[in-house]
Each structure stands twice: as structure tokens, then as C-alpha cells.
Design a protein around this ligand. Structure first.
Ligand code: ATP
Ligand code: MG
Length: 581
């Protein structure tokens, strides 16, 4: 049985070989690593390399975050003394929660990275951020604006028209300071005032048109409680947090390109140490949505079993599905880093998963669509006990034993009453091997009133014990089986892509991404598995011979196994289909 996967193309739509990754430097480095190598060569940061991964704790991490984690922690790990901080960017009290803070830590650890003792919260800097905002006011670089949110939007102008200055823009410093302090003291309602940077309402870069730095939000914060009723905006908070932590390279996704000017302005105006912001293209995957807003919707509307549903592209989801973290790291290494957006083929991720699992999973037998095979010349009540290796190429996995009897479960699909010429499985008159056991020859079939196959009948050759004969007779098919006497019923969840459309983010008129959900993305069946398969624990991965990789689900209970299909073997069946064609 060949299950050696062939490498699918890593990108779709772009036509390039490596997911749109930009050309590498002569040293084989991507453009970010090239910048860092150059900075080290010139001593720009005294040879320091210090990155950070800054999630907002408002959802679970997804595969896109894995790309950012592998990049930031990866780069730190490649340099002597390199560091990567984990920083919770928790400036929006309304959407954030400790549940997310906990899951993010678990996911980063699971991916194989460590922040040592450097876990920070932007909210730890609230007092410092506030003091710096007062400094901006005193330097005439920030003012309290009392326009409504809607007016502020109108005054901003457009890409083609300059904005208009607010009538409050030239408030005296004393008045600004007084109002800002009273904002902090809770004297005003949400939306009554904001603090804005005083930059340039005519700037061609919309981000620079007097961006908001603080807003009033009388909301409870998951860490600071009710200590604050004004909260700093992302752009203001992020650069200062980077600066405080001594970050050297602040790596973020492309949508922040325009924000770099504000990043630099804020730190320069405040006279603070300034890291370098570098943008790269975010990960987009076929048949997948990678936006927290959409993932939250899938969960809250009940389209999936939760954040960790094995169909979800969250790290907790793919973990439950059975993807090993090594496969995710390999995937991130293969897709590389680019400056232009592209779409990566989900098949590349599955390829990495198969490749990793092929090397590390024991191989056992389970029948997911069972039909009974009766061996008419095998005595009733008699059993053979076979000892079988758990990995045919690696003795260190050890063995397990399995009983063979008169009645077995085989895969319904492995029998055809009328088979095409090159069907090498069971069909009347044809001999096949039952894995590690005996040769059997199909003699007939028993059907129910509706004409469905109830039992397949066969005879066995006692001379073929162990799966081969003295006369060297060859058979072309080998089937997996489980004895009816010992087979353990197992719930098996067969997964297909969650979406039917290659790019579910691209919606037609009048539709939403929800309309592209695959109604058959999860199929739950009752399988019969060999007894040894019921001994694995939640999270353990196995290979069902000929069927694919499976992972024991957390819903399993002693004696009641539940398996998630991690990935199919695909290639073993492709060969059969080809032969039939
Ligand atoms: P979303 O758009 O899904 O809500 P986000 O960017 O708002 O994601 P954050 O928690 O702010 O989520 O992300 C933390 C880090 O992960 C950021 O540096 C962000 O740029 C990066 N990141 C998020 N999504 C992706 C992605 N698809 N590919 C690469 N990096 C990503
Ligand atoms: Mg964000």
C-alpha cells in the first residue's frame, strides 16, 4: 500500500512555486531576515534581535497567527541572544476576555515556542501611555476634540480630498490638559470627547489626519477592572509598547503599511527609542476563512462544535483534528514570507500533515463502513490469534495481537458483486488477502429484502496462514478487517473542507460566507475497530490501514472510542481509481 504523498503545488492563483514568496537573498534569506542580517552587520541595534507576537485577546488563534508566530519566534531563535515577547494587545475592553488570554498561551506553547519570562500586556502600560499623552498635549501635539464620531469621519476627507480641521483643534494647552484629565476622571460620557494627535488634516496618508489616540469607554477591562474609563487606540499603544520592550523589528501584516508613518511619528515626537516596523503578506488559505470576526460567527451561530471544532482553522481546532505542531511549522517554512498577498493551497498543509504523521503513527485496523464477511469453511467458535507489528517498518513500535474468526467486518466498499476488470478486492470468484491473516475467496452474497448486501460469503485457505502460501500464489488485493467477536464500536467523525468555495471570502451579491458552508463537512459514522485501538488516549494519533490518519477525540470515554479523521491517505485510493479507469 503506497501512501507516499506527492508534493502538491504550494500556491494557487499566483502561478508561482512558493506561495508568492519573494526572491530570496543570495544567502537564502527572505526579505525580513535579510533586513535583520543587514542591521546586524551595521550594528543598528548593537546586534540585538528582539521581536514580539502581539495578539489581541479577542478570539482564538488561527493558522494565520501560526505564520506570524513561526516568523517572530523563529527569527528570535535563529540569533544568538534573540528574544521574542508574547504581548497581549488588550486595549479594547469590550471584546476581550481571559478565556482568550489562556487559549493563546496554550496555542503558542503547543506550536513549540517559548516566551520565557517575557509575557506582557499593553494594559500594563496604561499609566505610562497616559503620561505620554499628557506630554503630547503639553508639547502642542495633541488636542481634545469634541466633534461627534460621525463629524470626525466627515471632517476626515477622502483619498482624493483633504480633510477639514476641527473647530476644537486649536484649543489652548491648558484647556486640553484639563479636559483630558477630566476624561480620565470619568466626567464625560462615551463619545463626548476624544484625544487626537495634531498632525496634518491634508496629509495624503489618511492615517495621519489627526488620528484618535484615546477614547472614552466606560467598560470593565478583564485586567484593569474599572481603573480606567479612557482607553488608548491601537496605533498609539502598539508603537509605545514596542519601544518600552526594546523591540528591534516590529513585524506585522501588510494592512499596517500606512500606519507605519504614524508609528514613526509617535515615537519620534515623544523622543522615544524607535524599533523598525516591517510588513509582510498575511496568510490566506483556500477553502478557509481566517478572520476572527468570521470565526466567532461560526461559533456563536452554531455552525461548528466550538472554537476547537476539528474543521476550524484555529490552532485548537487543528490540534483536536490531530495535526502535529511540527507539520504546522514545516508548512510555515515552506510557504515563506512575501510582500505581496497570495492564496496558499490547503492541500499543502495536508501534505505536511501526512508527511509528518506517516513517520510517527502506529498502523492498526478499523472498518468505517462495515459489512459482515462470513468464512463458511471456518469452524464456528474457533479463533486464530495473530501477532501483528504496530509499524511494518519500525520494530520499536512493538506488536499487538488480534483474533481472527468465522465472522469479520470488512469495508462495504471492498466488495462488488459486479466489478470492473481491474478491481482487485472482493468479488465472486476472486481471491484476496486479509491483512496478516489468510487468503479468502469470495463465494457469494446474502442480501436483505431491499437488495442491500447483508453478508459477503467466502472460504479461506488454511495453508495461507499469516498471509502467504507455500506455493507462492499471489493475490493482488489486501483488505483490512476486524473480527465481529472483538470489534469495538467507535464513533468516527469524517471531515471534509468546511467550505465548498475555494475563496469563501469572495462573496456573490446578496450572499455571505455562511452560504458557502459545506453541509457534508462532518459525517459521523459508527465503525468497528480492533480492540487495541480503543486503548489510545485523547489526542493520540494513529493510522487506520488504507483509510487515513485519525486522532482520538476528547469526547472519548473508556471503552467508547471517538476518532476524528485527521487526513485521508488519498494516494492509496488514487491508484485503485486509476486502475479501474
Ligand atoms: P483578525 O483579522 O483575524 O481579527 P488580527 O490581525 O486582528 O486578526 P491579532 O490578534 O491582532 O489579530 O493578530 C496578532 C498578530 O498576528 C498580528 O501581528 C497580525 O498581523 C498577525 N496575523 C493575524 N492574522 C494573520 C494572517 N492571516 N497571516 C499572518 N499573520 C497574521
Ligand atoms: Mg489586530
Amino acid at each position: 500500500m503506497s501512501n507516499t504523498p506527492s508534493s502538491p503545488s504550494s500556491s494557487s492563483g499566483t502561478g508561482s512555486a512558493a506561495a508568492g514568496a519573494d526572491a530570496k537573498s543570495p544567502a537564502g534569506l527572505d526579505f525580513i531576515r535579510t533586513i535583520i542580517a543587514d542591521d546586524n552587520a551595521t550594528g543598528k541595534y548593537q546586534g540585538r534581535v528582539h521581536t514580539r507576537f502581539p495578539p489581541e485577546p479577542n478570539g482564538y488563534l488561527h493558522l494565520g497567527h501560526a505564520k506570524s508566530i513561526c516568523l517572530n519566534f523563529g527569527i528570535a531563535g535563529e540569533h544568538e541572544g534573540g528574544k521574542c515577547n508574547l504581548r497581549f494587545d488588550d486595549t479594547n475592553p469590550v471584546r476581550e476576555d481571559v478565556e482568550y488570554v489562556d487559549s493563546i498561551q496554550e496555542d503558542v506553547r503547543w506550536l513549540g515556542f517559548s516566551w520565557d519570562d517575557r509575557m506582557f500586556y499593553a494594559s500594563d502600560y496604561f499609566e505610562r501611555l497616559y503620561q505620554l499623552a499628557e506630554k503630547l498635549i503639553m508639547d502642542g501635539k495633541a488636542y481634545v476634540d469634541s466633534l461627534s464620531a460621525e463629524q470626525i469621519r466627515e471632517y476626515r476627507g477622502t483619498l482624493t480630498e483633504p480633510g477639514k480641521e476641527s473647530p476644537y483643534r486649536n484649543r489652548p494647552v491648558e484647556e486640553n490638559l484639563d479636559l483630558f484629565r477630566r476624561m480620565r476622571a470619568g466626567e464625560f460620557a462615551d463619545g463626548a470627547h476624544v484625544l487626537r494627535a495634531k498632525i496634518d488634516m491634508a496629509s495624503p496618508n489618511m492615517v495621519m489626519r489627526d488620528p484618535t489616540l484615546y477614547r472614552i469607554r466606560k467598560a470593565h477591562h478583564h485586567r484593569t477592572g474599572d481603573a480606567w474609563c479612557i482607553y488608548p487606540m491601537y496605533d498609539y499603544t502598539h508603537c509605545i509598547s514596542d519601544s518600552i520592550e526594546g523591540i528591534t523589528h516590529s513585524i506585522c501584516t501588510l494592512e499596517f503599511e500606512n500606519n507605519r508613518e504614524l508609528y514613526d511619528w509617535t515615537l519620534q515626537t515623544l523622543g522615544l527609542y524607535r524599533p523598525q516596523q516591517i510588513e509582510f503578506a498575511r496568510l490566506n488559505l483556500t477553502y478557509t476563512v481566517l478572520s476572527k470576526r468570521k470565526l466567532i460567527q461560526l461559533v456563536t451561530e452554531g455552525h461548528v462544535r466550538g472554537w476547537d471544532d476539528p474543521r476550524m482553522p484555529t490552532l485548537s481546532g487543528v490540534r483536536r483534528r490531530g495535526f502535529p505542531p511540527e507539520a504546522l511549522r514545516e508548512f510555515c517554512a515552506r510557504i515563506g514570507i512575501a510582500k505581496a498577498d497570495s492564496m496558499v493551497d490547503y492541500a499543502l498543509l495536508e501534505f505536511c500533515v501526512r508527511e509528518k504523521l506517516n513517520a510517527v503513527t502506529p498502523r492498526l485496523m478499523g472498518v468505517v463502513d462495515p459489512v459482515k464477511l462470513v468464512i463458511t469453511n471456518y469452524p464456528e467458535g474457533q479463533f486464530d490469534t495473530f501477532t501483528m507489528p504496530l509499524h511494518p517498518e519500525d520494530e520499536s513500535y512493538g506488536n499487538r495481537t488480534m483474533r481472527f474468526g468465522r465472522e469479520l467486518w470488512i469495508e462495504r466498499d471492498d466488495f462488488r458483486e459486479e466489478a470492473p476488470k481491474k478491481f482487485f478486492r472482493l468479488t465472486p470468484g476472486q481471491e484476496v488477502r486479509l491483512r496478516y491473516a489468510y487468503y479468502v475467496t469470495c463465494t457469494g452474497v446474502v442480501k436483505d429484502a431491499e437488495g442491500n448486501v447483508k453478508e459477503v460469503h467466502c472460504t479461506y485457505d488454511p495453508e495461507s496462514k499469516g498471509g502467504s502460501t507455500e506455493d507462492g500464489r499471489k493475490v493482488k488485493g489486501t483488505l483490512h478487517w476486524v473480527s465481529v467477536a472483538d470489534g469495538v464500536p467507535a464513533e468516527v467523525r469524517l471531515y471534509e473542507p468546511l467550505f465548498l468555495k475555494e475563496n469563501p471570502n469572495q462573496v456573490e451579491e446578496g450572499k455571505t460566507f455562511i452560504d458557502y458552508l459545506n453541509p457534508d463537512s462532518e459525517k459521523v459514522v459508527t465503525a468497528y475497530v480492533e480492540p487495541h485501538l480503543a486503548t489510545y488516549g485523547a489526542g493520540e494519533r494513529v493510522q487506520f490501514e488504507r483509510l487515513g490518519y485519525f486522532c482520538m477525540d476528547k469526547d472519548a470515554q473508556p471503552g467508547k472510542p471517538v476518532f476524528n479523521r485527521t487526513a485521508t491517505l488519498r494516494d492509496s485510493w488514487a491508484r485503485v481509481e486509476r486502475n479501474q479507469g
